[in-house]
Design a protein around this ligand. Structure first.
Ligand SMILES: [Zn+2]
Length: 162
């Protein structure tokens, strides 16, 4: 799946990593003659690449970015109380991942893009929702489920003591 570059950071080995809108990173190394990316060494060169789309294999595998953490969850819904918005095609925002957690029963989870595919969710096997990818759910008989939203770790302000 293609994801735009939103910024760059340097890893522990001083190699540049392109940060994608989904939260995944992708190395953009300049290690001549193996990989030639002299542009990555300058702030201007990196800035010019922001917005460029890269193929993200970790999105294709539905991997929630490593350091992401849950920050909000919906109430529990049943087949009767599931909001219409969840039954119709919808997406999460850029950078926001979600897990659809079934507590009881079964839920059909349909992903619309890049190719349509469906899965049956049961307790213990959550459906992973990738940012900005259209999807919807359909109760399969009686079901209880909730949705848990995950985002990048937030910078916590440190309190000064003394
Ligand atoms: Zn990704």
């Amino acid at each position: 799946m293609k994801r735009p570059i939103v910024g760059f950071r340097m890893d522990e080995e001083s190699h540049w990593v392109a940060e994608l809108s989904c939260g995944h990173g992708q190395h953009a190394r300049h290690v001549p003659p193996l990989s030639e990316r002299p542009w990555v060494l300058s702030a201007e060169g990196r800035a010019a690449r922001v917005g460029t789309e890269l193929e993200c294999v970790r999105c294709d595998r539905y991997e929630v970015p490593e350091s992401w953490e849950p920050y909000r969850r919906t109430p529990e819904f049943t087949e009767e109380s599931v909001p219409a918005a969840l039954r119709a095609a919808h997406t999460t925002k850029a950078g926001v991942w979600a897990l659809i957690q079934v507590v009881r029963g079964r839920l059909r989870y349909v992903i619309h893009e890049p190719v349509e595919r469906a899965a049956e969710l049961v307790p213990g096997s959550p459906g992973v929702v990738s940012p900005e990818v259209r999807h919807h759910v359909e109760p399969l008989g009686e079901v209880v489920f909730f949705v848990e939203f995950w985002r990048a770790p937030q910078l916590r302000s440190t309190q000064r003591s003394g």
